[in-house]
Design a protein around this ligand. Sequence first.
Ligand code: ATR
Length: 275
Amino acid sequence: MTNQLYAVVGNPISHSKSPRIHSLFASQTGEPVEYTAIQAPVDDFSGAARHFFEQGGKGLNVTVPFKEQAWTLADHRTPRAEKAGAANTLYLDKVQDLVADNTDGVGIVRDLQVNHGVSLKGLRILVLGAGGAVRGVLGPILAEQPAALTIANRTVAKAEALVRLFANDADAALLTACGFDGPDQSFDLVINGTSASLQGDLPPASAKVIGPDTVVYDMMYSLQTTTFNQWALDNGARRVYDGLGMLVEQAAESFFVWRGMRPDTAPVIEELRTD
Ligand code: ATR
């Protein structure tokens, strides 16, 4: 069978691990998938996406800085993409309409629950950051029914806006917003969803949020311990995870959306970890 074409589109794109991940999925499952990387011009995502589908492409992953544009471009959005305000997965439906989906939230939930054995139900969760990355994952996290979820952000108004947006997804009383100096007790789970470490900064959270039993999750990943996770370890955390598993799990969910088949993620995470 001739290979069907998929791609990740972003700018820049040369460091993306998605082609590697999807190639591993394709060889593991035997699906006829060819997956490439496309660098779209910063001012013409829609042109690049349309061209890809006109050439017979079957599905796109979308990454920085085009996730919001992908959401806007689509004719239809899945409910989880609708709420996320951004899309990382595009495909054509039976009548050739463009559908936007978002698999990032499922990615982090599955990485925590399946790969790390951290069930979110009943947990007290602190999320640092209130940008696009956090908005993209809040719905699936709240669906797991944590006991409480606090969003702390440098710009408090953005955290408050997310609380309003997701109030109906949770028991509103348990969803709260604050600045980084707001929380003064430890949490069961602390998730770093800021992009602070990209600039070499730490989100200035108080070390009080970390207790010996706190699970710490950095949505960023790195082959070394991330800056945020090192800070957490220095402040007494015993379990820290980075976002490599989330990256592979969101890819697996996209693969499932496109191909109807779930790859086994564990060997793929293992292989990327040892690169
Ligand atoms: P992304 O798509 O990665 O979420 P974004 O929408 O620009 O990117 O959001 C970046 C997030 O990281 C925001 O929560 C931002 O805080 P503000 O909302 O106050 O801008 C946070 N962030 C970025 N740099 C930071 C820094 N140096 N210190 C603390 N927070 C930072």
